[in-house]
Design a protein. Structure first.
Length: 65
């Protein structure tokens, strides 16, 4: 019998300002992983997290893997 898919999925969050910011502290893109409930949040997740490359709190948006 097939196993049902769970409601929780692991998603990757990426800094939205790293591509635009030319005066950042170091080169690279900040990424975090977290889990979300796909039934209650079907859209893209966006959270404010600390970006070590921009050296400030910036919005991080869910990306496709």
């Amino acid at each position: 019998m097939a196993k049902a898919k769970g409601a929780r999925v692991t998603v990757t969050l990426e800094c939205t300002l790293c591509n635009e910011n030319r005066s950042k502290r170091s080169a690279g893109i900040s990424r975090y992983t977290t889990q979300k409930n796909r039934r209650s949040n079907p859209g893209r997740l966006e959270l404010k997290k600390f970006c070590t490359h921009c050296n400030e709190h910036t919005p991080h948006r869910e990306i496709k893997k």
